[in-house]
Design a protein around this ligand. Structure first.
Ligand SMILES: *Cc1c(COP(=O)(O)O)cnc(C)c1O
Length: 382
């Protein structure tokens, strides 16, 4: 199999699995319990917290482990809105956010919160001036993702956070697709809340984290025990947390060299595709992008049909976000970038990773060119 869907999920790396294993059996303790085995778990938990914090230049007590990236997004949006007890009832976000943010905003609207969804330009970027113009005295939170999961386009986070800070508004960013691919320092970028997820960086599924800057108002959404300093109740999943920390350390250690390697592979792949396939275009080509992501539109073909052809040859790619697969709706990200529904429907995302080789991509270009010419031929003779 040639796996080119790393933005959907990644395999757990061998070192990560090794770091997790002891916590399923001999170190099974509850981090809240006082006996020795509990203290061992507590120590592992706090070491992992320090590791994840170091990767984003935060302090350990600013990290809240959650059950997923989705939960961290929910906690940021709902938790901040709740902390203001409805005294401030306006949230600013963008039209290209992950569903974990967009659907949560829809739910907040039903609870009486006003939501502004900013458009993006044809490159897929939010304009900081539009953020500034959208703010009101009631704005409680700005939530703009760091890098988009479908296009890899990097948003102007530092400019947006400066605007937020100058107005005393909290700034949240979903950095699930940026973390481990580009440096994300919460201080350099002026971030108040930031979402991370382990399974996009060769860690296990079902574990995420929310960075919460000291002093930021945020109420919990899960209540129960006093885990995670009262910000997220529930016995900590030490195995997953230890795996997350190991994955974060490895991503950080290899970030610079992997970024160069993947960007070179991706750029050569895109060049080849555009040369060999008529009317192929690269979405977000003129914007800064994370190095592993290539979003391609082909005109006059159905993306799902192309995926089927690729799958038959053992190539795994996607039409965009994994969560939207199977839904007939064209991607909200492509639509926001100005693509017609037809062009949006012809879009395929290739997301490269640690195991991707030049040979994989050479083979993929051939299969892709073949599939598209066949499909176009069928539709032109139909
Ligand atoms: C994958 C993803 C999420 C969700 O993370 P889970 O851990 O799968 O819940 C949120 N935001 C972005 C941008 C993602 O790519």
């Amino acid at each position: 199999m040639i796996y080119l869907d790393h933005n959907a999920t990644t395999p757990v790396s061998p070192q990560v699995l090794q770091a997790m294993m002891p916590f399923f059996q001999e170190r099974f303790g509850n981090a809240s319990s006082f006996c020795r085995i509990g203290r061992i778990a507590r120590t592992a938990l706090e070491e992992a917290r320090a590791s994840v914090a170091a990767c984003i230049h935060a302090s350990p007590d600013e990290i809240v482990f959650t059950g997923s990236g989705t939960e961290a997004d929910n906690l940021a949006l709902r938790g901040v809105c709740r902390a203001f007890h409805g005294r401030k009832r306006h949230v600013v976000t963008s039209a290209i956010e992950h569903h974990a943010v967009l659907k949560t905003c829809e739910d907040l609207e039903e609870q009486g919160i006003a939501v502004t969804r900013l458009p993006v330009d044809c490159r897929g970027m939010v304009d900081p001036d539009q953020v500034k113009n959208s703010l009101t005295p009631h704005t409680v939170l700005i939530s703009i993702m760091a890098a988009n999961n479908e296009t890899g386009v990097i948003q102007p986070i530092a400019s947006i956070s400066r605007i937020a800070r100058s107005r005393g508004i909290l700034f949240h960013t979903d950095a699930v697709q940026a973390f481990g691919k580009i440096p994300v320092s919460v201080d350099d970028l002026g971030i108040d809340l930031m979402t991370l997820s382990a399974h996009k960086i060769y860690g296990p599924k079902g574990i995420g984290a929310l960075y919460v800057r000291k002093g930021s108002a945020m109420a919990p959404i899960l209540t129960g025990g006093s885990h995670e300093r009262g910000k997220r109740a529930g016995t900590e999943n030490i195995a997953a947390i230890a795996g997350f920390a190991q994955a974060a350390e490895l991503a950080e250690k290899h970030l610079a060299e992997e970024a160069v390697r993947l960007a070179a592979l991706r750029d050569a792949f895109e060049k080849e595709v555009v040369q060999r396939i008529a009317r192929a275009r690269v979405n977000g080509r003129d914007a800064p992008r994370v190095p592993n992501t290539s979003s391609l539109s082909f005109a006059s073909v159905d993306g799902e049909s192309v995926l089927l052809h690729l799958d038959l040859k053992g190539i795994c790619a996607s039409t965009g976000s994994a969560c939207a697969t199977g839904s007939p709706e064209p991607s909200h990200v492509m639509r926001a970038m100005g693509l017609s529904p037809m062009d949006a429907q012809s879009t395929i995302r290739f997301s490269l990773g640690r195991d991707t080789s030049q040979g994989d991509l050479d083979f993929t270009v051939g299969v892709l060119a073949d599939a598209i010419s066949k499909l176009r031929h069928i539709s032109s003779t139909a």
